[in-house]
Design a protein around this ligand. Structure first.
Ligand code: AHR
Length: 514
């Protein structure tokens, strides 16, 4: 493979040059399925994520179905969201579920102490969450309060949601829902090392054991219990939990990873230079090392890989937009965010044996969102488009790739790949290949060989690109960054030639002919 590295000098106009990349995609290789659960989402009671972003209430002038805004419902459907984590985040360990059931007019007001001290009316509670998931075929993922709550409260919540009979089921029925809902994923605490109680891993392990004892399976419903896991590089947390809780008592162990470096100066979502762009990608790509090291610890204690690594919070985190409510974590979403999404999803695919779920933070109006709203106004972000373009990879078999792209160091010292790719084979035999060119000036000429086939038919090819990484969608121009048909790809026999412009993400779905 020949690769030209363009010297970047201040003030120089750099003409687009092409790097040559060759890739072999064996359409019949691979054994690990990319769980669709790594395309999960996260909705916390934080800023305008739940209230306004999803829920407006039935009396709202914003078009809605049973209180859920219609544009959000459409986006959730189009993304085939597999799993939705709720109600937090830090909020979860402050949330008392009984405040969010029964007649909405009688529900108490709460002060959201984690996020800006905003008042909430509790109109979105257990019924509203589970009904939403049920309506859209989304797996609910409930994060249970073990920080400021009680064991009985947690145990009764599980019973209220899943028990077919008994006092909790009767209360649920009196509130309008006779049949239990289905609930598989339960998180026992959130960031228990921080906002969820500032616990040490040894202490949390015992708290976990105690709570999980009383969060019982009900007839017809088996829980998948997820322990509150490490942040970033806290490998000790993982080691202690694997020892003291162990594979027999937990099904999943979470991991949180954000791109922010230095919490007091995270940088702005849109006002960044090339150095900062590459540094953000470098930090995002470092999740590869972090995942690998947590998995190595898990492998030692749990060689049969019973416990899944659940990256149940990840994404970009910048300074809040000027003029927005402090504590609401509202940030714009650029083509840089789209790049972070694509490169991170590629990494999750590679660890599909152990990484069984991931939830980008968060679905609407908060951090790396799928959509932004302002009253009735609504737009889909560049990150949304990546999730939509990557849909063919959900539940498909990961095809291992040997990518030999050059790597350079960003200004923050972190390695950045100049090209990336992921490929998978769906149950219907089609093969999808996603190609990522993160470089700002350089295009890629990609030669792909698919051994063992006579020919292929391209079924769909799409590209997401922009003239600058700062490109955004606005309410005035909601489709400024949007996928377009990708024309620069040609098939010949078992071979594909594609030309990727700078700053581009492409997905090609093809059908091999034997
Ligand atoms: O996603 C925002 C916050 O980030 C979550 O509430 C918390 O778990 C994490 O620190």
């Amino acid at each position: 493979m020949k690769h030209i590295i363009i010297p970047v000098a201040l003030g120089l106009a750099i003409s687009a040059q092409a790097a040559d990349i060759s890739l072999t995609v064996d359409p019949y290789a691979g054994t690990d399925t990319i769980s669709r659960m790594v395309y999960g989402q996260f909705a916390e009671h934080l800023g305008a994520c739940v209230y306004e972003g999803i829920w407006v209430g039935e009396d709202s002038p914003i078009p809605n179905t049973k209180g859920y805004r219609n544009d959000a419902l459409k986006a959730l459907r189009e993304l085939k969201v597999p799993v939705l984590r709720w109600p937090g985040g830090c909020f979860a360990d402050d949330y008392h579920w009984r405040d969010g059931i029964g007649d909405p007019a009688k529900r108490p007001t709460l002060i959201n102490n984690n996020w800006g001290g905003t008042q909430e009316d509790n109109s979105f509670g257990t019924h509203e969450f589970f009904n939403l998931c049920e309506m859209l075929g989304i797996e609910p993922y409930l994060s249970v309060n073990i920080g400021s709550g009680a064991v009985q409260e947690a145990a009764q919540w599980i019973e209220y949601v899943t028990a077919p009979n008994g006092p909790m089921a009767a209360e649920r029925a009196a509130n309008g829902r006779r049949e239990p809902w289905k609930l598989k994923y339960v998180g026992i605490g959130n960031e228990s090392w921080g906002c969820g109680g500032n616990m040490r891993p040894e202490y949390y392990s015992d708290v976990y054991r105690r709570y999980s004892t009383y969060m019982r399976n009900q007839p017809g419903n088996t829980l998948y219990r997820i322990a509150s896991g490490a942040s970033d590089y806290d490998y000790n947390w993982t080691a202690v939990l694997m020892d003291r809780v162990g594979a027999g008592r937990m099904d999943g162990l979470s991991l949180h990873y954000y791109t922010a470096e230095g919490w007091n100066n995270k940088g702005t979502a849109t006002g960044f230079d090339d150095d900062k762009y590459y540094s953000t990608l470098g930090k995002a790509l470092e999740i590869d090392t972090v995942i690998r090291r947590h998995i190595a610890i898990m492998d030692e204690k749990d060689p049969k890989a019973h416990v899944g690594l659940m990256v149940d919070e990840w994404g970009t985190w910048y300074d809040e937009e000027p003029g927005t409510t402090p504590g609401h974590l509202f940030q714009q979403n650029t083509m840089r965010d789209a790049m972070v999404a694509a490169l991170t999803l590629d990494i999750f695919h590679r660890y599909s044996e152990r990484v069984r779920m991931a939830n980008i933070a968060q679905i609407a109006n908060v951090l790396q969102a799928m959509w932004l709203t302002k009253g009735e106004k609504f737009l889909l972000t560049p990150t949304y488009h990546v999730f939509r373009m990557y849909l063919p990879h959900q539940d498909a078999v990961n095809i291992p790739l040997d990518i030999k792209a050059p790597v350079f160091k960003a200004a923050n010292g972190r390695p950045v790949v100049e090209f990336d790719a992921t490929a998978s084979r769906a149950a219907d035999g089609s093969v999808s290949i996603s190609l990522v060119n993160p470089m700002l000036k350089e295009s890629d000429k990609v030669a792909i060989e698919l051994p063992g086939i006579k020919g292929l038919d391209i079924e769909r090819a799409e590209i997401l690109t922009a003239s600058a990484p700062q490109a955004i969608n606005t309410f005035e121009k909601p489709d400024a960054v949007a996928p377009a048909p990708f024309k620069d790809v040609k098939a010949k026999g078992s071979h594909l030639d594609a030309k990727l412009p700078p700053l581009s993400i492409v997905t090609i779905t093809l059908r091999p002919r034997k």
